[in-house]
Design a protein around this ligand. Structure first.
Ligand code: KE4
Length: 428
């Protein structure tokens, strides 16, 4: 595969940008080799600067549920841009997007927009601390909630990919305020809450962890978290940055019926532009400045172009009653096909899928938590990743990320991917 121009660009990038990338996982360190540079993308496809074409299952890590350069989104952003790029004063688009988000998430009586998932989580944690007057946060090993200091403790995603569950630069005194327990472990949660009675401000969880690959809550676990946090005056935060508008219009909380106190969103609600959001009960949200004592702000929060992209994305989804059924069915066909060809090639994988999110662990047992996910054969995953790239399919450049199917993917894409996987598995 021709890679000259990407390689030249990467050499130049490394002189100017640490690691040559603006986010670590993009450096391909987990799978080896060098990243390609994208020239353009449309629908389910990416073209790199050397002219190679790929079926894309990363989709910018989740935002592009409609596919790349979706017509409705491009039209909305272009029109918004003609009216000005940013105002730093309220604009109609942010009110419209707030309405769509709160319609889809009944637990969100109010919402505030920010510019990334990290910023949404950071703000939600400060809000929970301000609302409760408590300092500690309880999270789950392997869950990733962005790179705010408090969250880089036994984190997933890039932090896990680099085998550095704890990041340098996070003050020990701050890290002490973040408690971590194994996901799905009720006893550990109850023990930690008993040990730190009246000290824990919030429990934050990815209701379906998707940053150490993907695994699922045991039946009743989320309901247990809801009941236990409510009993102890602890704010329950669902980090639905990945799952919001992805696994269902109303995220995991729509599927399981558990209502958190606060929810963090990102990715899809920005349609590919920088957006995050956090929201929940009005009595908590109204603690935020300018109403209350919890300060939170942002120059580009509610940016009209990002809001317009989010509105166009959500309105497109809302306009199609069968949107998720069709998308999820196509993803199931992909997963079943990949599992079948892996088995035929004698390759053991442990596959997880919900909606249009999937993960193929190179591991011969069930993956039910962070510990089992970490036992995956990451070297074999790396070889599979490159074998698929050679055959025109771009998967996540890390075993500890997930894949996404978009509404732009076609049955033809799925068939082509399964045929590529058949050859790739045989080559391992
Ligand atoms: P951002 O700050 O990257 O917009 O969102 C942080 C975040 C928060 N919560 C969850 C559940 C997330 O998955 C993320 C970010 N996801 C990663 C991919 N697993 C972003 C990709 C990257 O770091 O480059």
């Amino acid at each position: 595969m021709k890679h000259d121009i990407s390689s030249t660009l990467f050499a130049e990038a490394q002189k100017l940008i640490p690691g040559g990338v603006n986010s670590p996982v993009r450096a391909f360190r987990a799978v080896g080799g060098e990243p390609f540079f994208v020239q353009r993308a449309k629908g389910s496809r990416l073209w790199d600067v050397d002219g190679n074409e790929f079926i894309d299952y990363v989709g910018s890590w989740g935002p592009l549920i409609l596919g790349h350069a979706a017509a409705a989104v491009v039209k909305a952003v272009t029109a918004a841009a003609r009216d000005g790029m940013s105002f730093g004063i309220p604009n109609p688009h942010e009110v419209r997007l707030a309405g769509l988000v709160c319609e889809a998430f009944p637990s969100m009586q109010k919402v505030r927009f920010v510019s990334s998932g990290t910023e949404a989580v950071m703000s939600a944690l400060r809000l929970a601390r301000g609302f409760t007057g408590r300092d500690m946060i309880l999270k789950f090993e392997g869950c990733y909630h962005g790179h705010a200091d408090s969250m880089l403790v036994k984190a997933g995603s890039g932090a896990l990919t680099f085998g550095q569950p704890d990041s340098a630069g996070v003050p020990a005194d701050l890290a002490k305020l973040t408690l971590t327990v194994p996901f799905n472990d009720r006893v550990a949660v109850e023990t930690m809450i008993a040990l730190h009675r009246n000290e824990i401000a919030a429990v934050i969880v990815e209701p379906i962890p998707a940053n150490a690959g993907m695994y699922f809550p045991k039946p009743g676990f989320l309901e247990f978290l809801r009941k236990t946090t409510a009993a102890h005056g602890i704010v329950l935060i669902f980090d639905e940055v990945i799952t919001g508008f992805r696994v269902a219009k109303g995220g995991v909380q729509e599927l399981c019926g558990v209502r958190p106190d606060l929810t963090c969103l990102g990715k899809i609600i920005g349609g590919g532009l920088p957006v995050g959001a956090f929201g929940g009960q009005a009595q908590i949200m109204d603690q935020l400045a300018p109403l209350g004592p919890v300060y939170q702000a942002g120059t580009l929060s509610g940016n009209p172009l990002a809001m317009a992209a989010g509105v166009a994305t959500l309105e497109t989804i809302f306009s199609k009653p069968e949107f998720y059924k069709a998308l999820n069915q196509l993803t199931t066909e992909l997963c079943e096909g990949m599992a079948s060809v892996a088995e035929a090639a004698g390759i053991e994988i442990s596959q997880s899928q919900i909606g249009s999110v999937f993960c193929n662990f190179f591991f011969d047992g069930p993956v039910t938590d962070y510990a089992s996910a970490k036992r995956s054969d990451t070297a074999r995953y790396g070889r599979f990743f490159h074998a698929m790239m050679e055959r025109g399919v771009y998967l996540a450049p890390s075993q500890f990320e997930v894949g996404f199917v978009s509404a732009a993917h076609t049955p033809g894409d799925i068939g082509e991917t399964i045929r590529a996987a058949e050859q790739a598995f045989k080559s391992l």
